[in-house]
Design a binder for this molecule. Structure first.
Ligand code: UGA
Length: 452
């Protein structure tokens, strides 16, 4: 059944699964989203998106109303509904800080498999260590009768927070790891809506059909490359700073070479979020297990360059405030610092491994009185680092500050008027840790301006 228009389910309605479920309904598929979290499911069924993602609310409500989309905590219903089941659960960093924790993958696949009563395709989407798809296949074999012929495939995703809707509806490629013609055909049908949309917009979506291991590796390789590109330009920033060069102009100049490209070459506070930092660590751990650890040793350096950006802001703050660093680091007690930005990048409310919040915590630990404002991330930030002071707006945050640190490049901060803010602060000092402000404007308004 369903070979032309398969019914699809998404297991796990976090960032990935919720976005996919909603977008697939928008493409015209009949969709069921499943999660063990009853609260999340109730919210989704009531038309409430649990994350901040531009455009998603409207799509959710429209497709709920159209009757193509539903959410459930019932695994038997989910198993019964779908021809294709996408596994979208989280794969967090393990407690040992390196490898990926696959317990959610194991739990969701096992309970789904136990409830399947007909042939179906289970497709992994979560980011996993290479080898997981084979293991999932064994798991499915163990929990379903062989005559059902349930099959497994792997199809990584590349969506970026803040652009998730467009990334799902208009992907720049589809990658699938499959073992049979049947699985290949089902996956084609499960992506047909995307191909049709592309055709109406005169685009093409390339599809790479490959084996399990390659499909799994594509995902982590892409994220490792992006992380490396960011740390590369941040390493250049360190050298520029030592030599008196300007990394922003350097990036622009090398970026004109199409082999290098100008995107993901923004020097600053470095990468954070739920993906890049954890993925490069898990990738190293897996390569080590496979006996290829040496090949990825450079990713350790990529990580170190990235983390060094955070301490650089701390030391720059001390320098601007005329504080000396002791062996325990700088002492910022008695100073008041405004932190603008808490999320790991703009246009999201996500503070997971956010460089901005990490720096705010470092400043606080060094004794500063830290006042934070973020346009979307306040609630999450307050929960993650309760010991900071949270302010309702930019003006409140900078009032009486000895130093202002711009740590996430929200448009509100880029567009802020330095002379207006200058009248509120105690000292006109600013660290532009994302190199996103017009430094000349701030200098003209009497600020001591430092980019990163
Ligand atoms: C990242 C990848 O970009 C997606 O392709 C991938 O699908 C996703 O992870 C995932 O694995 O699920 P995301 O975590 O949303 O997406 O964030 P990015 O837009 O990649 O930004 C990551 C971090 O890099 C941010 O903290 C951002 O501020 C920083 N960054 C980005 C820079 O410091 N400089 C740049 O030039 C670009």
């Amino acid at each position: 059944s369903g070979a032309s228009r398969p019914r699809v389910t998404f297991l796990g309605t976090g960032y990935l699964g919720a976005t996919y479920a909603i977008c697939y309904a928008e493409l015209g598929y009949e969709v069921l989203g499943y999660d063990v979290d009853a609260d999340k499911i109730a919210k989704l069924n009531a038309g409430e998106v649990p994350i901040h993602e531009p455009g998603l609310d409207e799509l959710l409500r429209r497709n709920l109303a159209a009757g193509r989309l539903r959410f459930s905590t019932d695994i038997a219903e989910t198993a019964d509904f779908g021809d294709v089941h996408f596994i979208c659960v989280g794969t967090p960093q393990r407690a040992d800080g390196m490898g990926a924790d696959l317990s959610y993958v194991e739990a969701s696949v096992t309970s789904l498999a136990q409830h399947l009563t007909r042939k179906a395709l289970i497709v992994g989407k979560s980011t996993v260590p290479v080898g997981t798809a084979e293991w999932v296949e064994q798991l499915v074999g163990k929990h379903t009768p062989a005559d059902l012929g349930v099959e497994v495939a792997w199809s990584p995703e590349f969506l970026q927070e803040g652009f998730a809707v467009d990334d799902v509806l208009r992907p720049n490629r589809i990658v699938v790891g499959v073992k049979s013609e049947w699985a290949n055909g089902m996956l084609y049908a499960a992506h047909k809506g995307l191909f049709d949309l592309a055709a109406t917009e005169d685009r093409e979506v390339p599809m790479v059909v490959t084996d399990f291991a390659t499909a799994e590796l594509v995902k982590v390789a892409a994220n490792a490359f992006l992380a490396t590109k960011i740390s590369f330009i941040n390493a250049m920033a360190e050298v520029c700073e030592a030599a008196g060069g300007d990394v922003t102009q350097l990036a622009r100049a090398i970026g004109y070479d199409p082999r290098i490209g100008n995107r993901f070459l923004q020097a600053g506070l470095g990468f954070g979020g739920a993906c890049l930092p954890k993925d490069i660590r898990a990738f190293q751990a897996r390569a080590q297990e496979l006996g290829a650890g040496e090949a990825l040793r450079f990713l350790h350096e990529v990580d170190l360059i990235n983390l060094r950006r955070r301490t650089r802001v701390l030391h720059l703050a001390a320098e601007l405030l005329g504080r000396r660093s002791g062996p325990a680091g700088p002492d910022l007690s008695g100073t008041r610092i405004a932190v603008l930005g808490a999320t790991f990048k703009p246009n999201t409310d996500d503070v997971r491994d956010a460089p901005a919040l990490a720096v705010a915590a470092l400043l606080h630990k060094a004794g500063a009185d830290v006042h934070v404002y973020d346009p979307q991330g306040m609630e999450n930030a307050r929960r993650a680092v309760p010991e900071l002071t949270y302010e309702p707006g930019i003006n409140e945050a900078v009032t009486d500050a000895d130093l202002v640190c711009v740590l996430t490049e929200w448009a509100d901060f880029r567009n802020a008027d330095p002379s207006v803010l200058g009248d509120l602060v105690a000292g006109r000092r600013v660290i532009d840790a994302r190199n996103c402000l017009e430094g000349a404007l701030w200098t003209q308004a009497g600020w001591e301006y430092r980019g990163l």
